[in-house]
Design a protein around this ligand. Structure first.
Ligand code: UN1
Length: 476
């Protein structure tokens, strides 16, 4: 059984749960310890104690540990990437790419540890000087989702440690494997006891215990809107800092003047790669009428050529859905879309393969309208809908007609339309002739409206969340 990490010790929890491969339900990856409420409380105590020293550690020490962690992840990227695919179901190439991204994130924040600076400002009062510095926030709780089992933990843990915070990390229940590897690597890289605590377990038990504990100074959360709202309530109650990344209903606009191949690449990648299980997925394809039929027919041809199979099998393009609950949700949304008048033009059926997994053919639903549930609620699966519009202005309006605002894309060869879209899109991230998903690791990530709350993640902007500003005045 893979244990919890609390105060630098590996401890067995109350019991273990099996980590199951969604490509092959008979494949049990390992047993992972499950924490109870008292384990979470011990972890928070450990993080609080460790903060007394780690909060004053040198940038060199933080750099060296983050660098060593990035180095080991990079060297082991094939092995860890394979584990990732085995537990989450994205194809092996995607698993390795995500693991590489995690290594790059650790390297980026190793550098950032050495670059933290402040300001010295002349006071309005004679002889006085003012210093503005950034200090760590304290004990940071991290709640991560299952769809990026290593990249998202990396982009929360690396900046937390970089800026001198200590961490209580609750990974998603479905993907403890990569979380355990990160904890093990950081521990062996010399991270002092209590700086990172790994508390695996149920959200309703250990997640709740984290939210309820007033000793946690900040929480960084990625997950569903419903859980995000609960995190927000608990944080307000405790007057603590928080940052939420939640869902998306990201539009990809395709204009008449688009390069058809570019638009198809963006749609196939953005909507269906990683089995569509990305909050940045292009789930709404907003297409102007001059290109609509050509685009839809060519997209159907592309989708039929995709191989849906075991994530670890050579040649697979789309792996399984993550579990039975998610699969049922995907199928329900396809049914709802059809019942409301959508036309299921391709895929959407459960398929059997050599191994017993949660395989679903990528589904394309055409003739949908913006008010249908399929265009308002996040599905989080290999399901995309097409909305036909007359011209650019209507496309922009439809693109913004959503309570979400994470990512938005446009395929066009027009500078005028792309410039206008970049300015008027109500999303946190805008992509021109690129998929809405798949972002760089060194620039800010985050959305608007109900997709996100709080300051941006990633890149140097991460310090807004993981540090707190102090203003110090000195008279001679
Ligand atoms: C990406 O598209 O590269 O959960 C990252 C998600 C996002 C991460 C997307 N938080 O899908």
């Amino acid at each position: 059984m893979k244990p919890l990490l609390i105060n630098g010790d590996w401890v067995d929890g109350a019991h273990g749960v099996e980590n199951i491969n969604p490509s092959d339900k008979s494949d049990v990856i390992d047993l992972y310890a499950q924490a109870g409420v008292s384990d979470m409380q011990d972890a928070i105590t450990a993080a609080q104690d460790a903060f007394k020293t780690w909060g004053f550690s040198t940038p060199q020490q933080r750099h060296d540990i983050l660098k060593a962690t990035g180095d080991e992840i990079m060297v082991r990227r094939e092995e860890i990437g394979t584990l990732l695919s085995r537990e989450e179901g994205k194809i092996r190439a995607e698993g390795i790419a995500e693991t590489t991204r995690a290594a790059q994130i650790f390297h980026f924040f190793a550098g950032e540890a050495l670059r933290l600076n402040g300001d010295v400002v002349p006071s309005v009062r004679p002889g006085v000087s003012v210093e503005i510095t950034r200090e760590p926030v304290g004990v940071v709780g991290i709640i991560a989702p299952w769809n990026f089992p290593i990249a998202i933990p990396a982009w929360k843990i690396a900046p937390a440690i970089c800026y001198g915070n200590t961490v209580v990390f609750k990974p998603a229940e479905l993907v403890p494997g990569c979380a355990w590897e990160i904890a093990d690597i950081l521990h062996r890289a010399g991270l002092p006891a209590g700086v990172l605590n790994l508390v695996m377990g149920q959200g309703s038990v250990v997640g709740q215990a984290m939210l309820d504990d007033p000793r946690v100074d900040a929480i960084s959360f990625t997950g569903s809107q419903a859980t995000g709202a609960r995190v927000a309530d608990a944080c307000i109650k405790n007057m603590r800092k928080f940052q939420l990344e939640m869902g998306g209903k990201n539009p990809l606009v395709v204009l008449d003047d688009a390069d058809l191949d570019v638009a198809l690449d963006c749609a196939v990648n953005g909507a269906f790669f990683s089995t569509g299980q990305r909050c940045t997925a292009s789930s709404r394809l907003v297409v102007t009428e001059g290109i609509h039929n050509r685009f839809v027919e060519a997209l159907i041809d592309r989708l039929r050529a995709l191989k849906v199979d075991n994530a670890l099998k050579e040649g697979t393009d789309i792996g399984p859905v993550v579990d039975a609950t998610q699969l049922a949700q995907d199928c329900d949304y396809i049914d709802v879309a059809r019942a409301q008048g959508g036309n299921l033009r391709s895929g959407g059926a459960r398929v059997a393969r050599e191994t017993d997994g949660f395989f679903l053919e990528p589904a394309l639903i055409t003739d949908t309208t913006p008010d249908m549930r399929i265009n308002r609620e996040e599905v989080f699966g290999p399901v995309a809908s097409v909305i036909r519009v007359r011209e650019y202005d209507e496309a922009l309006h439809v693109a913004n007609d959503t309570e979400f605002g994470l990512s938005a894309g446009i395929c066009t060869t027009s500078l005028k339309f792309s410039s206008d879209f970049k300015r008027k899109s109500e999303a946190g991230m805008v992509m021109v002739n690129l998929p809405t998903a798949g972002v760089d690791y060194h620039v800010p990530f985050g959305g608007r409206k109900k997709s996100s709350y709080g300051s941006r993640e990633q890149g140097s902007y991460a310090k807004e969340f993981f540090t707190i500003v102090k203003t110090a005045y000195t008279a001679p």
